[in-house]
Design a protein around this ligand. Structure first.
Ligand code: WT7
Length: 649
């Protein structure tokens, strides 16, 4: 603990034990500033390349970047084989823990064998380099093995979070043009088996391009079977050779597509490629968390179905030869101390999670973690939304025992890896701020015209130089890529979609999205996506959706709907029906917290819904300026209809 900020908050200087032996020291910032491209080239040199690149960055056609031009590598080889070849085959890659309590320990040598078998199976099934493979899985080792098998043969994986609906899966299969789906019968969540195969059957029936479905047996529950199309993983992978000679691919060869919500109803397929992506996720994982491969036990408590899992459960940790924990289930199963029991059992030293989970733990009380030995922890991470100082301090004290730096990492699906965060052995921490751009990253806060703002003013966050793990395009839609990210301030400035403030000490404070994207428990959901689902229901004529601040999930989804003339307002029953409809349409994470049936929606004269006013209502605030409304009595009509309190389900 070392002082206070200008605003009076406490700051925390790097603990002596971490600063003394840290992977990177303060000089890293100067080094990167002196020659950004040389700095990233040095980090690329931490990987194993089959052919050295000719040029670090080709930015001759912005915003289409090429990093490590002419270089060749194999991402899976870098994550697995090279560690085995260097004599670390017996090191544990994953301590996997199933929700029911079953466990698997997978060494790097075993991982190499299983990835090779899966790669051979994909090839036997006719999957070629460049083909897209969908992965719709629970959190089990085969999920990681599938991703690495794709990378190994140059196929592009497209992981769809297992909580997404059949419709969401179908639209992604179609957009990506997937030829194969890897799934499981189901997984365990909240103490029960939760099926996955029915959604795949439904989605694949609408996706003629999918030739095969490979099914991992996890729960053992009965599944429907399409002869000729469906194959058990154990059969098709199990009989393959554990030998597989990998090919090397261009640094810009596509690695994966990850869909994320934008401001329209159609999700964007964010494309990441190989050399630059692996360079940045590997280096950020090593530097941001001070990862020591020989002694640390690293745990990203997130789902592989999101970018956090891709970069910091799979590619970052494996490329650094980390020993990781991977947990299948939910934090309260079978009891609220499950995470802390896992930390104690495996001696976790670095834990990376999201503010929404921390706030849930706060609600459950500090007595729960106090019942476990958390003394192995040395670094804590946070991601997904701003971490409020209260949650930061609780995490620091009750999980980190007051001794662990908290690394708050700002980044996005699009950025691939960490972009703004403190370094645990270097930075004096300011709770609530993500602080400073990572070395080699250029982030600024600008006004609406793109002028850089003086300290202490609020504006928009932009990234002003290309970075190695940046998205390369939106799959199949270069125009949308340019329009969404590179048109507001020209083709050299990336518009992140976040509001931000830089304080007098140069620390960046993230202030949430400035577009129509909500952040619910660290997951991005667009208001338009939920609105279009609601109007897809036969009873709904019009819908407006806002993200209202929520003490646990950051934002909660609140919907206002106008019913069709012939629809019967059955009160709670209708509201439940609509909630279930959205959950089925998009996935349970998109289920509105609250739905209000109204007669009118507040609109401007040009017909734009005034979400600001709806947010005021949803957050129980005095209404702001209503003078631009076509009809100001509308707001009174809406307020009269308000239910007393938001329902919890
Ligand atoms: C959006 C990106 C990065 C992986 C998880 C979410 C918000 C993310 C932080 C943070 C403040 C954050 C931003 C960003 N966000 N991390 N540390 N502090 N805000 O990835 O779904 O692509 O969402 O999440 O609003 O734009 P994503």
């Amino acid at each position: 603990m070392s002082g206070t900020t200008e605003t009076g908050g406490q700051t925390f200087s790097p603990p002596e034990v971490i600063a003394a032996g840290a992977n990177v020291g303060p000089e890293v910032y100067e080094e990167a500033a002196a020659d950004r491209l040389a700095f990233w080239a040095k980090q690329a040199g931490r990987l194993s390349w089959d052919r050295q690149w000719d040029e670090v960055l080709d930015w001759s056609n912005p915003p289409f970047a090429k990093w490590f031009v002419g270089g060749k590598l194999n991402v899976a080889y870098n994550c697995v084989d090279r560690h085995v070849e260097a004599g670390h085959g017996d090191q544990v890659a994953y301590h996997w823990e199933g929700e029911p309590g079953d466990t698997r320990t997978i060494t790097y040598a075993q991982l190499k064998d299983e990835v090779s078998q899966a790669a051979n199976a994909l090839t036997e099934l006719g999957v070629n380099a460049g083909d897209r493979v969908a992965i719709y899985m629970p959190m089990i080792p085969e999920t990681v093995i599938s991703m690495l098998a794709c990378a190994r043969i140059g196929a592009v994986h497209m992981v769809v979070f297992g909580g997404f609906s059949a419709d969401a899966l179908a639209s992604r299969l179609d957009d990506a043009g997937a030829v194969l789906v890897i799934t499981a019968d189901g997984g365990y969540r909240r103490g029960a088996a939760s099926a996955l195969k029915p959604a795949v059957d439904d989605a694949v029936s609408r996706s003629p391009g999918v030739r095969n479905v490979v099914v991992v047996k996890r729960t053992g529950e009965d599944v429907e079977w399409a002869e000729g199309r469906d194959l058990w993983w154990d059969d098709v992978v199990g009989r393959q050779s554990t030998e597989h000679t990998c090919e090397f691919f261009d640094a810009e060869h596509p690695l994966y597509i990850m869909y994320t919500s934008g401001t329209t109803a159609k999700p964007k397929g964010i494309l990441h490629t190989s050399g630059g992506y692996l360079t940045q996720v590997s280096f950020t994982h090593w530097a941001s968390f001070d990862l020591k491969p020989d002694t640390d036990v690293f745990w990203t408590a997130a789902d592989v179905g999101w970018v956090t899992g891709h970069s910091y459960i799979v590619y970052g940790p494996l490329s650094n030869r980390a020993t990781s924990v991977m947990y299948e289930g939910t934090p309260e199963t079978p009891h609220r101390g499950r995470w802390w029991e896992i930390v104690q059992k495996y001696g976790v030293t670095i834990l990376y999670t999201a503010p929404t989970v921390i706030r849930t733990f706060m609600k459950w009380g500090e007595d729960v973690p106090a019942g476990f030995d958390l003394s192995t922890l040395r670094v804590l991470g946070s991601v997904g939304e701003p971490i409020n100082p209260e949650a930061w301090l609780w995490y620091h004290r009750h999980i980190g025992g007051g001794r662990c730096p908290i690394v708050d990492t700002w980044w996005q699906t699009e950025t691939g890896g960490h972009m703004i965060n403190p370094l645990p052995g270097v930075t004096s921490l300011v709770p609530g701020s993500a602080q400073v751009p990572f070395p080699g990253i250029s982030a600024k806060v600008v006004d609406d015209e793109g002028n850089e703002l003086s300290d202490d003013s609020t504006g928009l966050l932009v990234l002003t130089e290309p970075w190695p793990s940046m998205l390369r395009t939106i799959w199949g839609d270069d125009d949308r890529y340019v329009d969404t990210y590179w048109s507001r301030f020209g083709k050299n400035v990336y518009f992140a979609g976040d509001g931000a403030k830089k304080d007098a000490d140069g620390n960046i404070w993230l202030l949430g999205r400035v577009d129509d994207v909500m952040n619910v428990s660290g997951h991005r959901i667009s208001t338009t996506e939920v609105e279009s689902s609601l109007v897809g229901h036969p009873t709904v004529a019009e819908a407006a959706v806002v993200g209202a601040s929520d003490p646990t999930t950051g934002q909660g989804i609140v919907a206002f709907v106008i019913l069709r003339g012939d629809a019967v307002d059955s009160g709670d029953e209708l509201v439940q029906t609509l909630k279930t409809h959205v959950a089925k349409d998009i996935g349970p994470i998109a289920k509105p917290r609250q739905i209000m049936v109204v007669q009118e929606l507040p609109k401007t004269r040009s017909g734009k819904i005034m979400r600001r006013l709806l947010r005021d209502i949803a957050e129980n605030r005095e209404l702001g300026d209503v003078t631009t409304l076509t009809d100001s009595s509308v707001m009174n009509l809406i307020k009269e209809k308000l239910p007393a309190a938001p329902s919890e389900d």
